[in-house]
Design a binder for this molecule. Sequence first.
Ligand SMILES: *[C@@H]1O[C@H](CO)[C@@H](O)[C@H](O)[C@H]1NC(C)=O
Ligand SMILES: *[C@@H]1O[C@H](CO)[C@@H](O)[C@H](O)[C@H]1NC(C)=O
Length: 561
Amino acid sequence: MKARVCRETVVSFCCSKFAAIFLFLAVFVFIFVYFNMDVLEFQHKAISTFPAPKPHLQHRFCSFQPRSPEDALEERLLLDSIAWPETPSLPVPLSLEQTTDPAQSTFTILPEKGGRQWHVGDQLEVIIKMYDFQGRPKKSGGDVLLARLHNRALGAGVAGQVLDHLNGSYSAVFSLLWEGSAQVEVTLVHPSEAVTVLHRLTREQPDRIYFQSVFRSGSVSETTTCNVCLHQTQQPLCNYTDPHTGEPWFCYKPKNLGCDTRISNSVGEFKHKLKAKEEKLFQSGVNMKISIRASGSDSVTVLPKKKDQQEVKSNIVQFGPAGYYFQGVWQALGGMTVRQFNTPSAINQCLKGKFVHLRGDSTIRQWFEHLNAVLPDLKEFNLHSLRNLGPFMALDYANNILIKYRFHGPPVRSPNHVPAIELHYIANELDRLVGGTNTVVVFGIWAHFGSFPIELYIRRLQSIRRAVVQLLDRAPGTLVIIRTANPRVSTLFVSLTNSGWYSLQRDKVLRAMFKGLNVHLVDAWEMVLAHHLPHDLHPQPPIIKNMINVVLSYICPQKGS
Ligand SMILES: *[C@@H]1O[C@H](CO)[C@@H](O)[C@H](O)[C@H]1NC(C)=O
Ligand SMILES: *[C@@H]1O[C@H](CO)[C@@H](O)[C@H](O)[C@H]1NC(C)=O
């Protein structure tokens, strides 16, 4: 009895020891495999040249992966480069007390004691100090701030660069570019606590904007939900992943119809599950898009440029602004001259013989509309397209100008039922272009991606960039122009789906992605931020006119520049 017990004890001791090791290994392998699903597939290729990238931990029911190990590595580096400072976790129940209060926060022009003389060419630095609703200084960073310097009477404005010191204080740096008065404006877009919520929403509810497709065959018709991120259910999926680019798209399969009977795509409702009181973090007039006041003066007087005196430069910024407004006209910095195309004939002369492809969201469609409106000889065909979505085409027969517009591939947040067959990915469109010196490609893609994991946007841009590189390779004379994102009005709905913070992050990715290529940027971000008109998803005509002048200046640069 005793011996048996002993033996059993030994055995079970052995067993339990092995079991423990085995269990440990099993759990380890499981965890490893689970979190490395995306990676494992291509690791055999990756091992030699690239370190294994970290997998997508955050988006388990979003079914997509980078195209190659190189793309996966770039994704990782991009994610690191845009990493937002850690933002506070929220108290339960939520109260605003310890969250950022723009009304109690202030900015101060440096040096604090004043007395400095400012000249054109100098840089102006302000320090921004954030406080909570109880009037206590904030100790952490992560607030979303925008800054600009302007003079309304002179029609002058320039975007500032904001630097987060991660301790509740921020710096904003401005280039002084005109003589006379210059007024600082600092805006809190979101308190850092709101970023905590935005982060979580993307992680937990990447399907908070969902889409629908109508399927039809004969008299049978069904509607199902579509998305990049679809929860696996009993219902089988239709996999519309693009065979060429690998861009993901899925719908639940209709019960009685096949996947090839998909007719249209439209946006479904917006459903989100904010936790109790979280909407308090997104209140217009309280803590969203609110100006911060100055302690002391909010303006400086800028004197003419001094010849011999050393310019005052801030040592905390590396890059200056892309341009600035003066008398309402956008002036580019960094070598390019923006020409003014004030008459239809000046525009016609520039566009003569050109085939202009406009691709992207409605912020690019605005440019099509603008050219159509200002060029009397440009005639738009009625292609019986959907009003907002196109495709559109306009021709000036005499001048041999053809302008086409087409929306980008899904996700497309339009309540209209877009024919599924009209949803074309930009990369695929570019792959079908011959290109050449008479071809101008203009694209802008950002506004429909805010609610998705940023990895989806990175993936999309990687496909487009591959197509751009190939296009420029086979037809080096092709001109490629990219429109960046821009800040927009904030409401609760906009914030949760397309907040300025989402756009800001995506905009950084876009710039990094196309850096160093022979492409041109229209810096819509700065052009909207620097202007006195309200931040609008669809910027108002004076801003559009300036943007078009930039576009045309790329197509027809000033002689000698
Ligand atoms: C925050 O950090 C900045 C930069 O390091 C420093 O100049 C400033 O004094 C700090 N502010 C506080 C309140 O600690
Ligand atoms: C969808 O199809 C693509 C390519 O055909 C494939 O790589 C992917 O694994 C499929 N996704 C799902 C969830 O079936």
